[in-house]
Design a protein around this ligand. Sequence first.
Ligand code: PEP
Length: 248
Amino acid sequence: MRAPLIAGNWKMNGSLELVATFAEELSRTALPGGVEVALMVPFPYLEVARSRLPETVGVGAQTLSDQPSGAFTGEVSGGMLADLGVQMVLVGHSERRTLYREDDAAVLARVRAALGVGLVPVLCLGETLEERDAERTEAVVLGQLEAVLDALTADERQRLVLAYEPVWAIGTGRTATPDQAQQVHAAIRARLASYDAQLAETTKVLYGGSMKPSNAVELLAQPDIDGGLIGGASLQVDDFLAICHSAG
Ligand code: PEP
């Protein structure tokens, strides 16, 4: 029904050499059937990643401009990404929300920019530790979700992938327990159903936050977790492949 997706987020890490290592390993290792695999690499490596990784591995960017072109020095548009054969793009990653002050309006503008050129936006949602401690997890996560979905057409909503990434679990080594993650994923799924039952059935909701080979099996076994967004562990090809196999 929903094929699992394992997407690596290299953040501002990697090198041409690492792209070559992944290209070699992913080409000679059989990827598990029925599992979608993608790598979100830094802008300078997108083209070489697209040309060297197997066709079956998706390539994604980590952000995009909300503008199509113009005097925006340093920015990269969705059209440029599409030109390179990039298929998806992260939007609203917590590092973008906090370090670059991208609020819900900025996130929505980027989702629209991605959809406008046929890219799949991977919309990241997540609460901080303070918000969790104040028992505001669902309010925050569903608020971030609604800020985007309410502004889209029914057709556009069908084209998103979601990623629940508790901010306190990203890059910290601290993972949400499978039960904690499943609870939020179920709430996201229920909110999707309030828009449209089919949307809830078909939308992939990934989990991200210190997912690694040792915890992936249990997380990915949860009924509403449809894959993983993997940061640190996606920089080691063996770990990344082990997580891909956990989803198979
Ligand atoms: C991420 O950056 O999306 C992420 C989940 O990072 P990590 O796996 O390192 O926590």
